[in-house]
Ligand binder design. Structure first.
Ligand code: AMP
Ligand code: GLY
Length: 427
C-alpha cells in the first residue's frame, strides 16, 4: 500500500524508518519531511493546512493510509476531512483531539470520570484567577488553555510570578491560546511519558519513556521541545503501568466513547508519579518527540499493521512485541536553541556515526542540498542507540555524537541520568 506520513521532525523520521521496514508498504510519501526522511521516502511540499489539497494528493497517489505525526493537523480536523472523502488515517478526530487542544476539556473529563490529576480551576478573567491563586497559595501552575507549543506553562514559586503569568496570558502573549487559563495544583514527583494505542474500544500500552525538557545539563535552562529521552522509564513499574491503564487510559477511552467522540490513535499521557501513584499532567494525542525515536528503536513488531488496526478498530487482534533492551536518544540542536540560532551550517560524518547497527540517527531540522545535510532548524538530529543497559545505550549514542562533525551544534551530556543512577544503585 502507499502511505502518506505528515510531519517533519525526528518523530516522523523514526516513524518513516519503522514504516519503511514493513512488507506491506509500496511507496512512502512524506509531507513535508526533512533531509533524513528524504533518504527513505518521497518528500512532498504539500500544504497540510489545506485539507482539500491533502485529499486531492491522496487520491492522486492512491494513498491507502495517512499517518499524522504532529498535533496541529489533528486538532484542525484533518482526520475528519480525510474520512469524509473516504480516506483512512491514523490519529484522532477533531472532537477527540480536544484532549490535547484544550486543557479545560481534559480537566472536565478527568473530573467527570475520576481520573487522577492536579486540582484545578479555569478562568477567563484575571481578577478571578488571582483570587483563586491567593486562596490556593504557591507553588502553583498556570497554563494557557490552547496549544502554545509547550511554552504556555508557568510553574510559579511565588505569588508575584503567578500573577505575572496570569497577566501574560490575558495580555495575548499566547494569542487565542491564552484567552482562557487553567490554574493547577503543583504535583510533586517524577515525570514519565506513557503511550497507548487506542481504537475506541481497546487500548494497548506501549513502552514508557522519560524525556529531558530543559536545554542544559542538570535539567537547567529554558524549556525546550525535548533534548533527549530514554525508554523504558524504570520509574514506571509494571504495577504503575497497570494502574495508569486502569485509572487513566481506560476511563478516558470509555468517557470519550460515551460522549460519542471515540478516540483512535496514540494517546500519550504525561504523568507525574506522585507518592499517591500516577497522576495525569496532560494528554497529547500523538507520539512524543523525542520519545517516539526511542520507542521505534525498541519495537520488534511491524508498526504498520498496528497503526492500521488502530484506525480500523481492531486492536483486540493485535499483539505488539518489544525488544527487551533500553534505548537512548540524544538531541543535537543548533547553538542558541531554544532562543535564536543560525541556519545553514553543514553536518558531516553522519554515515560513520550511524555505522553501529545499534545506532540510528533520526533527523529533525535538516535539509538535503546537493548531497549535503544542512541544519535548518532548532532541534536538528536525534542520535538514538539501544543496548542491554542504559549505560550501554547511552555510551553508543554519545560515541555516535562524537563522530558527527557539526561545530554549530550542541547537546546535553547527561541524557538518561536518572536511569543511570537507578542502574548504578541496583548494581
Ligand atoms: P505541559 O505543557 O502541560 O506538558 O507542561 C509542561 C511541564 O510543566 C510539564 O512537563 C511539567 O514539568 C510541568 N507541569 C505542568 N503541570 C504541572 C503540575 N500540575 N504540577 C507540576 N508540574 C507541572
Ligand atoms: N517530548 C514531549 C512531547 O512530545 O510533547
Amino acid at each position: 500500500m502507499n502511505i502518506l506520513l505528515i510531519g517533519s521532525g525526528g518523530r516522523e523520521h523514526a516513524l518513516a524508518w519503522a514504516l519503511s521496514a514493513s512488507p506491506l508498504l509500496d511507496t512512502l510519501y512524506c509531507a513535508p519531511g526533512n533531509g533524513g526522511i528524504s533518504e527513505i521516502a518521497e518528500c512532498m511540499a504539500l500544504d497540510t493546512n489545506d485539507h482539500e489539497a491533502v485529499v486531492a494528493f491522496c487520491k492522486d497517489k492512491n494513498i491507502a493510509f495517512t499517518v499524522i505525526g504532529p498535533e496541529a493537523p489533528l486538532v484542525a480536523g484533518l482526520v475528519d476531512d480525510l474520512a469524509a472523502a473516504g480516506l483512512k488515517a491514523f490519529g484522532p478526530s477533531k472532537a477527540a483531539a480536544r484532549l490535547e487542544g484544550s486543557k479545560a476539556f481534559t480537566k472536565d473529563l478527568c473530573a467527570k470520570h475520576d481520573i487522577p490529576t492536579a486540582a484545578y480551576g479555569h478562568f477567563t478573567d484575571a481578577e478571578a484567577a488571582k483570587s483563586y491563586i491567593r486562596e490556593q497559595g504557591v507553588p502553583i501552575v498556570i497554563k494557557a488553555d490552547g496549544l502554545a507549543a509547550g511554552k504556555g506553562v508557568t510553574v510559579a514559586e511565588t505569588i508575584s510570578q503567578a500573577f505575572e503569568a496570569v497577566d501574560d496570558c490575558f495580555d495575548g502573549r499566547f494569542g487565542e491560546a491564552g484567552a482562557e487559563i487553567v490554574i493547577e495544583e503543583c504535583l510533586i514527583g517524577e515525570e514519565a511519558s506513557f503511550f497507548a494505542l487506542v481504537d475506541g474500544k481497546t487500548a494497548i500500552p506501549l513502552v514508557t519513556a522519560q524525556d529531558h525538557k530543559r536545554a542544559f545539563d542538570g535539567d537547567k535552562g529554558p524549556n525546550t521541545g525535548g533534548m533527549g529521552a530514554y525508554s523504558p522509564a524504570q520509574v514506571m513499574t509494571e504495577a504503575l503501568c497497570a494502574r495508569t491503564m486502569d485509572e487513566i487510559i481506560l476511563p478516558t477511552m470509555e468517557g470519550l466513547a460515551e460522549a460519542c467522540t471515540p478516540f483512535k490513535g496514540v494517546l500519550f499521557a504525561g504523568l507525574m508519579v506522585t507518592k499517591d501513584g500516577p497522576k495525569l499532567i496532560e494528554y497529547n494525542i500523538r507520539f512524543g518527540d523525542p520519545e517516539c525515536q526511542t520507542l521505534m528503536m525498541l519495537l520488534k513488531s511491524d508498526l504498520l499493521p498496528a497503526l492500521l488496526a488502530t484506525a480500523d478498530g481492531e486492536l483486540d487482534q493485535v499483539d505488539i512485541r518489544w525488544r527487551g533492551d533500553m534505548a537512548v536518544t540524544v538531541v543535537m540542536a543548533a547553538r542558541g536553541y531554544p532562543g535564536a540560532y543560525e541556519k545553514g551550517s553543514e553536518i558531516a560524518g553522519l554515515e560513520e556515526a550511524a555505522s553501529d547497527p545499534d545506532v540510528e540517527i533520526f533527523h529533525a531540522g535538516t535539509e538535503l542540498r546537493d548531497g549535503k545535510i544542512i541544519a535548518v532548524g532548532g532541534r536538528v538530529l536525534n542520535v538514538t542507540a539501544r543496548g542491554g543497559t542504559v549505560r550501554e545505550a547511552r555510551d553508543k549514542a554519545y560515541a555516535a555524537v562524537a563522530s558527527i562533525d557539526w561545530p554549530e551544534g550542541f547537546c546535553r551530556s547527561d541524557i538518561g541520568w536518572r536511569a543511570l543512577q537507578r542502574e548504578d544503585a541496583a548494581a
